[in-house]
Design a binder for this molecule. Sequence first.
Ligand SMILES: [Zn+2]
Length: 215
Amino acid sequence: MSPNYVRDALLAHLPPRSRRYQIATGTKYTFNCPACTHLGHAPDTRQRGAIFVNADGSTGYDCFNCQLRTRQQPDKHLAHKMEQVLGYLGMSEEECRKLRFHISAALYAKNNGPRIQKRDLPSGAILIKHLVANPPDDQSFRDVMADLEDMNEEIRDSYYWTAEPGASGDMNRRYIWFFGTTHDPVGWAAKTIDDRDAEDILSDPNIWLFVDDED
Ligand SMILES: [Zn+2]
């Protein structure tokens, strides 16, 4: 479950001596509305301000004296009026700025997946499809092809191989597949043929979480 920043901020700034009620949609907290005097009304002494923390993650504010009302969905940018409410409840501008940032960052991650650093294929990588017709005289290439013997040809041909051992010293003992499209490569994973239990080398630790929207 993703964090609910607005709910947490509201609860962290509940006025002292607020009263808590269970209601059908969740929890309601009432207190003397701190906004009334800012909005040209007499100070509230009758607990007419209310914060709603709903079971669905939404939150709200309601004062039936100064009429300040707002609703906030958990997966939306911070509503302007909700930001005002938090200000009246004592949240500083700096805290509000951080809150906006955290909400925006969470929304970005939700809509775009985790950030994945784009990486080019390992040096010298060539599509196996282009190598099978004219195989290089290289024992490692023959070993990789032997390892992939039982594989569907179309899938096998979509992998890459490089003659260069590279930084890991064994990249030529691996077959490589890449994520993204040929126009927009995102990264890759490389599986060794020498140890079935070995971890793959990944261009980015999150590369398995990459989802191609075009699929
Ligand atoms: Zn009010």
